[in-house]
Design a protein around this ligand. Sequence first.
Ligand code: ZN
Length: 423
Amino acid sequence: MTHQLFVNTSQVVTCGGPPRARRGHESTDAGILRNGAVAVDGENIAAVGPREQIERQYPDAELIDCGGRVLSPGLVDSHTHAIFGRARYEEQELRAAGSGYMEIARRGGGIHSSVADLRKRSEDDLFDVALPRIQKLASYGSTTIEVKSGYGLSLDDELKSLRVIARLSRELPVRLVPTWLGAHEIPLEFRGSGPGRRDYVRLLIDEILPAVVKDDLAKFADVFCEPGVFTLDETRAILDASRSAGLGIKLHADELEPHGGAELAAELGAVSADHLAAISERGIAALAASGTVATLLPGTMLFLGRDRQAPARALIDGGAAVALATDFNPGTSPTVNFPLILTLGVSQLRMTVAEVFIAATVNGAAALGLADRVGQLAPGYSADLALWDAEDIREIPYWYGDRRCMGTWIKGKPLTHRVLPIT
Ligand SMILES: [Zn+2]
């Protein structure tokens, strides 16, 4: 098979380096090659280097003219809740007018309304509503997307959600990574005078987890570890069981209050601890000393109108590995625009442009256990690329809210029809 050469770039942002998360100040360099070229052999990258050298090396290759633009690895969105039914736009004005979580729930909103809605939908219906959302996420430059269950909260509805992810994975070229988040919330039927939260934790561990693993429906298990949701002990029990059953583990931790979620993630060796807007000094130190990636979701805090953001600088300066993600979900972060999250990384989290790119590629991949496969333009990596309508990498977070992604390739194949003609 002939090789493909991506040529006539202004910058090739390689994000190249070792096949693991970049910690602390390892992220100061995004590995930019001016007038570089990328050679692709089938599904994988064969070579990256100066254009003349690569063209000499592959004289018979098919040329893809990048039009003097920026070429980067496809983005890795390592935290989404993309399997949901109806949107929840009516909650935004209520929140702006000062309604709290309880008031919104009393008016029929909040996560329990998403649960009630998802339970009513058939698997086909859920697939139909999810498909364009995934395509839209991908159109902004993401080629790898983690997708969680977590609006089912029953055996049948969690399995239904995960089967939809599996079907999306089969039918779309985008690389999806399924995460089981049965521990997203305690469902309403476990809150009355009948079965209680302990029974729900038992259901998660004894019935839902084995069914998820038996059908190979998830790569990771995740728990919403937060006061009022799942306690540290419950989180530990669910994640210990999940790990023993062969799943990788993740936590939603310290989003609203510091209560030891980050420390628990580090202790358990979780692949990532996510949110962390309220992480403590001890939590920062624990993550910095661990292999756990700190996944920050600044879009959520922006959308909720909170003034507090996760302390990205303290995490990076302390030596932690930081990833960024959209947290795409119907309640607190209904955005499909990952580059906008990069803007927030710079303007709200005070990260550099190199840091936000590494956070959205190499470190996102590490947060999914894929750091040796995706997130870099380097020989042997999957040929997952994004072409940007920009001459300089700094334009991507600068033109905030704009869709600058001209096209993506996954395993060497173009995802959209908006790619440039082959010359
Ligand atoms: Zn989340």
